[in-house]
Each structure stands twice: as C-alpha cells, then as structure tokens.
Design a protein around this ligand. Structure first.
Ligand code: ZN
Ligand code: ZN
Length: 420
C-alpha cells in the first residue's frame, strides 16, 4: 500500500508551520486590538447555505464547491469561504439580540473542488473578519485599516487600496439599465463570456480580464457616479473616515462584485512589490446576505485574505519573518549516570519554562555537539562523571563561545538569568 495525501492537499511541515504560526499570532494580536473576537464554525455545512440562489449569482462558487452526500443522505459542502457560515451562526445563535455591532474574525481551512494546478489547492487557508449589525461607514474604514495594518506589520508596505461602491438594489437596478444601453453598440466587440453576461449580469463585464483595456470600456458609466442619495452619502462618509486615518485610496469603478447581496462599499488591496502586482485581500458590504440566509435584515461587511498568498508574497519579496527556532539549552552527557541525572535536570528546566533538549540515542560527545547546533541551541552544557562528582558544570554560550562554570544545583537559576 502506498498512501499519499489526497489530491490538492498539502502537508505543512514544521519549517513552514513556524511561518503560519507567526502569521496567525500577529493576526490574533492585531485583530484583538480592534476588539474583534474569534469565531470557529464547522468546516462543513448544509449545501443549501452556499447554494442559495440559482443561475449567474452562484455560478462560480457552485462549480467549485466540494460537495458530497453523507451517510445520512444529506448534501454536505466543505466551506468554500467564511462569510456564509459566520452569518448562519450569527442568526442561529440569535447574536442579533445582543448589543451590536458584532465583530468576528476567523482563521482556517476552506475548500474547493477543482482541478489542482500550481498554487491552487483543494484545501486552502483564509483569515478574515465580519462585522454584523451595523451599517455605520466608520466600520467600513475600520476593517480596511485593520487589514492594511496586518500586512504592514508583516513587512508589506507598497499597498494600494482600490475603492468602489456598488450601491444598493435600488440604484444598482437603474445603473444596470444604463450599462446595458451603453454596451449595446459594442456587443459584438465583447468576449463571448461577456456577451452571455450582457443580459444577466452586465456589471460583471466591467471586471472582465479579456475585455479590459478596450477603448469603449474606459467610458462606461461609473457606478459610484450613479448612486442614490443614501448610497452616495454613505460612500462620502467611508471616504471621509479613510481620510481621517490618512489612508489613501484609488476610486475604481471596475471593482464590482457579482452577487446580488453585495451592497455599497467594495474594496481590494493590491500589493505592488518587486515585479509583483497581487490582490492580497478584498471585501465589502453585504447588507443583503442575512436576509438571504435567514430572512433577517442585518447589515454586514467583511474581508478575507488568502494565507498562502500572503506567505508566498512575503517569500517572493525576500521578507524574512522574525521566527525564533532556537532552544535555550542542549545538555550533552557522558556516561549512563550523567545521562540519568541530565534527564532530571531536563525536566526541572522545562518546568521552569525553558526550551531544553538532550540526546536520546547514546551518541558520542561530538555527535551530541552537532545535535546542539542542529537544534539552534543558545547554550550547552556537558555533564560527565567529573561534573557530577564535583557538583559543577560549564555553561557554554554557543554564539560567543564564552564559558562559565556554575554549581550544578544552581543550573535552573543560572539558565533563567541568561534567558529573559
Ligand atoms: Zn442606493
Ligand atoms: Zn469579457
């Protein structure tokens, strides 16, 4: 038998987990300072949660959903994204009955069923935030600031914020008509996908990668210039709050989101580094989603970031995360008696909170010293019959080579002094 990991999945081995943990830790730290609380929803949900509408609205999601029937005959889907589950949980647990807004974040695996290709996995990871129960434009600016701060603290600072408003069902319906009229004379010049979209979802023509750059695309009516009074006022306020935080943005009328429940603010953050131009995260308002999921009118906004994307961008840009792989002390032993004594010290030191390791294989002193190096030990000591008899040991600083003799009984305190 030769069992391998399922297609489209990947092991994250310890040399990489350190990076993932760093990313997760800094995420938790920054999100906490904005008073976001972590929510953990199931990895799988009833398929209906993600398959609400039929037709264009869900065409992309549905095609790629990791859906199967369980033994009870239920249709189950591994979550393709975080938002729907968070909204479902918010409604199911009646969180709307508490003081609002509700500010949640999540970190975890998401799934899609598609042909695996370079850099695209069937299990991938996202972190994101959702704020439910408030339509205050300050929240829109707050989550943008939050996402930017995370990336900046990771060392990515050439960030470009693209901002748009996709309006509400009312003003979008009027805009849609304008767009249909505008594109009518150019129908033949659109790609075949957009010719399909023309009737069903003309907004999606604006973010078509094939048609981008064609002359007539530039003069298409811009949605942020066609907003109703309420949406316009909200958009002005979002911009004002961003100004208050000194966050620059580029108005981007082509930043549209295909689904009906998206409303008002839409944004995307693009990283521009050495030879790179990557969308690192995007999000926006979805004031119509809770209605679709559970028949309640609750405003919401959020963003999601692909964690693989972030780590890859850091790597491509040569940004080293400050990861400490070192241990405090490696105990090298000579002889069985010393080995047993060391084992006791190992335990005491670990209980004192120090990172300590020793040899388990009865290797030569030379091999043990190599092991100390391999473990990135900051200090080492050698314990043999002599040391035990005299009750002393020599602590060696592995970086400077400096050595100091201490009383063995003081080993824990002496080590604690050196590691703060
Ligand atoms: Zn509107
Ligand atoms: Zn097109």
């Amino acid at each position: 038998m030769n069992i391998t990991a399922p297609r489209g999945t990947k092991d994250i081995l310890p040399e990489d987990t350190a990076k993932w943990q760093y990313l997760e830790n800094i995420t938790r730290k920054i999100f906490s300072s904005y008073n976001f609380k972590e929510i953990r929803t199931p990895l799988f949900e009833a398929t209906e949660l993600f398959q609400r509408g039929i037709g264009e609205a869900t065409d992309i999601v549905e095609k790629e959903m990791y859906t199967f029937e369980d033994k009870g005959g239920r249709s189950i889907t591994l979550r393709p994204e975080g938002t729907a589950s968070v909204v479902r949980s918010f409604l199911e647990n009646k969180i709307y009955g508490q003081a609002q807004p509700t500010k949640y974040f999540y970190i975890g695996s998401m799934f899609r069923y598609e042909r695996p290709q370079a850099g695209r996995y069937r299990e991938f990871h996202q972190l994101g935030v959702e704020v439910l129960g408030s339509d205050n434009p300050a929240i829109d600016a707050e989550i943008i600031a939050l996402g930017l701060q995370l990336l900046e603290e990771l060392g990515l600072d050439n960030l470009e914020l693209h901002l748009n408003s996709v309006g509400c069902p009312k003003c979008r319906a009027e805009y849609r008509e304008k767009l249909i009229n505008y594109f009518k004379p150019y129908l033949e010049e659109l790609c075949s996908d957009c010719q399909d979209r023309y009737d069903r979802n003309p907004l999606r023509i604006l973010d078509c990668k094939v048609d981008r750059g064609k002359e007539f695309m530039n003069n298409a009516p811009k949605i942020y210039e066609e907003l109703c009074e309420e949406c316009e006022d909200d958009f002005d306020q979002v911009k004002e709050f961003l100004d208050l935080l000194d966050i620059d943005y580029i108005l981007d009328a082509n930043l549209v989101r295909g689904l009906d429940y998206y409303t008002k603010t839409a944004f995307e953050v693009i990283y521009k580094g050495l030879g790179a131009q990557d969308t690192i995260f995007g999000g926006g308002r979805y004031d119509g989603l809770a209605e679709e999921v559970g028949g309640r009118d609750i405003p919401g906004i959020g963003f999601a970031m692909g964690m693989e994307r972030i780590l890859l961008t850091l790597e491509e840009q040569g940004i080293e995360l400050p990861i400490d792989n070192s241990i405090d002390l490696f105990i090298t032993t000579i002889g069985e008696k010393a080995n047993k004594e060391a084992f006791k010290y190992l335990h005491k030191l670990r209980k004192a909170g120090l990172k300590v390791e020793m040899d388990y294989l009865g290797r030569s002193v030379k091999s043990q010293m190599k092991a100390a190096d391999r473990n990135n030990a900051n200090y080492s000591i050698i314990l043999g019959e002599d040391e035990l008899e005299k009750g002393v040991a020599t602590i060696r600083n592995m970086t400077s080579g400096e050595q100091i003799e201490i009383k063995l009984e003081n080993l824990v305190e002496e080590m604690e002094k050196r590691i703060d």
